[in-house]
Design a protein. Structure first.
Length: 259
């Protein structure tokens, strides 16, 4: 009998990150609805537009992975402010006690510590009246039915984002691209840009995200970063042994009871 796990992450980059670090456990992506375990049917929207009106709104379909022992849904909340709400919406359709584990993965906020970010998401889960019991600290797994945990990227201790991990991976998989991208980003003439032009770049993680994007643009020109994470060598071989990558992998293995 399969074990079912449910994960909520901030966005599509995080979805692919999680999918890649689960791949060594034999997980493959489900592409056809006919191959999807009926357990997840209620999480697949049956109409478009999903809200009945907005034609531009992305259809909120989780990414489904399966191996010989597990079936896992990875949901993108499209931002950290919707993570708790996304969990609440999904657990209205999937009974928590039928899941082996429920995990939340989010970035550390530049304005607060990872510990405070964890306490904030825990408070939001509690305020929504869910029965889900989260642990006392980020990176821990609370035993129960289901198990539950929150991982604050990059390592539950440092302020940063997924992109900090990806740059560490690039240092192993693509060192020359990393060096070139760093030179390019550092050499940008911000004075030649308008305030609007550099709005995103000026954010705390702006330079880091720009460097990752620069590397991705060489590996997958014209395509989104998540495509590069899925197809290229960011998270293969020696990169999987990086402490921060291994920590997320270990967290997921414990949460989902992956041997």
């Amino acid at each position: 009998m399969l074990k079912y796990g449910y994960l909520v992450v901030e966005g599509p980059h995080d979805v692919e990150f999680v999918a890649r670090i689960l791949k060594p456990y034999g997980f493959n992506r489900i592409k056809l609805k006919s191959n999807l375990d009926p357990f997840w049917d209620d999480l697949v929207p049956d109409r478009f537009p999903p809200d009945g009106e907005d034609l531009l709104k992305r259809v909120p379909v989780p990414t489904f992975l399966t191996n010989a022992t597990h079936s896992v849904a990875i949901d993108s909340a499209r931002g950290d402010t919707r993570i708790a709400q996304t969990v609440q919406e999904s657990l209205a359709y999937v009974k928590p006690d039928q899941l082996v584990g429920v995990g939340l993965i989010l970035d550390a906020d530049a304005q607060v510590t990872p510990a405070d970010q964890f306490l904030s998401i825990k408070a939001r889960v509690t305020s929504l009246g869910m029965s889900l019991q989260l642990p006392d600290n980020p990176g821990e797994v609370r035993q129960g039915s289901p198990k539950a945990g929150v991982f604050v990227l990059p390592d539950n201790q440092s302020q940063g984002t997924l992109e900090d991990i990806l740059l560490e991976c690039a240092g192993i998989a693509y060192p020359s691209l990393l060096a070139g991208a760093g030179t390019f980003v550092q050499g940008v003439d911000l004075d030649a840009l308008t305030r609007k032009d550099k709005e995103e770049f000026r954010k705390p993680a702006g330079e880091t995200k720009a460097t990752v994007s620069s590397i991705s643009s060489i590996l997958k020109p014209g395509k989104a970063i998540q495509v590069s994470i899925q197809d290229n060598r960011w998270l293969k071989d020696d990169a999987l042994n990086l402490p921060r990558v291994k920590a997320v992998q270990t967290f997921l293995a414990e949460l989902l009871e992956i041997p």
